[in-house]
Design a binder for this molecule. Sequence first.
Ligand code: FAD
Length: 504
Amino acid sequence: MANKAYIETQNTLPVYDECDILVVGGGSAGHSAAIAAARAGAKNIILMERYGYMGGDATGGYVIMVPKLSWYNKSFVRGIQEEWFTRLSPIPNAVLGPDLSKIGKDSDQALINAWAKIHGCVSESEPKRLVRAVYFEPNQLKIELDKMLLEHKDAIRVLCHCWGTKPIMEGNEVKGVIFESKEGRKAILAKVVIDATGDGDIFRQTGAPYSTLADGETRSSTTALVWRMGGVNYDLYYEWQKANPKEYASLRQNLAKVAGFISAPLPSAQNDVVWVNNWHPNRDCATIKDATETEINTRNTIRDVIEYLKEVCPVGFRDAFLYDIAPQLGSRGSCRLKGEYIMTANDFAFATKHDDVIAWHSTICMINDCAPVEIPYRAILPQKVENLLAPGRHLSADNVAIDWLNLIPQCIGTGQAAGVAAAVAMADGTSVRDVDIRKVQNILIDQDVPLPRNERVDKSYTELCEQYNYGLYTDLAKKMKADAEELKEYRQSSIPIPGKDSSH
Ligand SMILES: Cc1cc2nc3c(=O)[nH]c(=O)nc-3n(C[C@H](O)[C@H](O)[C@H](O)COP(=O)(O)OP(=O)(O)OC[C@H]3O[C@@H](n4cnc5c(N)ncnc54)[C@H](O)[C@@H]3O)c2cc1C
């Protein structure tokens, strides 16, 4: 069929609505962008989402774990990310993770022992310390994300079940987006468009440079369909792992054989529920074939995986049953922006400092001991195209750095910054390219985002980074300075393989 084509006839489309800021995609990045824009004073925002709920991978994809929010005794990721958990914490079984007031406590061995069973809550490096890593109930988060939007209903109009398909361009300026819905094909005109679709659905049609998933070795080039098991006793499963390390290693190896791809049962906010993460290698979540095969191949093996776990570890899984299957595909990454700044491993290995820093994020990167990394505004700002921002998992990063940058906190952080930048540009009558970045940074700080080297932020954040040399005392970071080949080897060894610990 490759040579066949159908010529679509020219159409006059109805303009469904007009706004100042149009956010396409309501995941961690897009939802945060809309909320942050409203809180920064924007009054005319539209949030368009192809499904019926907000949160994207975090809610619909059942990615129910946010790792590494802290380093030593400080949480470097606050803002809307921490607000999610503050809002969910009064709800029974909605969140699980070490309390902010307890993080970094390396002396309290009892606390460390208690959290050791929950993946990511205790540091890998010595001395062991508690890490702010939070597990949450995705359906409770869906409800909370709606509530946040309802609190700003004077400023944000939400359109569910609307699929943004094409940018409206005048020269190199984005002027709106065409979308499909049950009401047909229509247009929305906007002064600024925030592409938060995760796969660059909008920016890749604007002429802005972008990369594709050319590198089949990164974690981002794996897809997933997450599902959950109920009736589990996670505490007993953990005790069994400790008491039977050989059997546990073989369970991990064999699970990949039973399923046909790497799979891992991981803790959740409840002891009797696990989420089963999986990694289908060399798949692009934005192609029809790969997305379809991931859906069908995962579901086809779920019963076998449950039977296998019951047989090998009855103490943990004797009464296990299929609890539910995520309503949407797990998309780790596809197209990425090649923005005004492309983040690389150097940003991690050398703790690059950026004047236009918009988020300061802890990461899962081990070359710098998971130290906070600065993300510049230019990493969400496209080259060549105006009135467009691209926060979230498709931000501007190379094939290596993207694996450390596509986590939920980074998506929320860049989304929050995009929303504030768009609001400031609207208020000041500038373009998002020429936005007053100092003003954006100050509003982000008002929105509880700590930024480095800013006199309005507690100095102890920067001092802590300096005290521990931004994590660059690690052997690997030192070697990287000497030999760039180390990075290649490290990257290969960081791809999840059976027997290795990775939840992402
Ligand atoms: C299986 C798996 C495990 C992971 N593990 C972890 C982990 O443990 N911790 C962690 O922090 N991160 C993890 N990640 C990464 C993280 O979940 C994602 O990178 C992050 O949630 C992406 O947020 P986002 O808003 O950029 O994109 P998404 O969450 O993908 O949101 C994009 C939104 O846009 C909507 N959309 C897409 N296209 C259109 C369109 N054309 N028109 C309208 N709407 C559209 C989507 O429906 C979605 O709501 C994991 C990812 C996967 C898939």
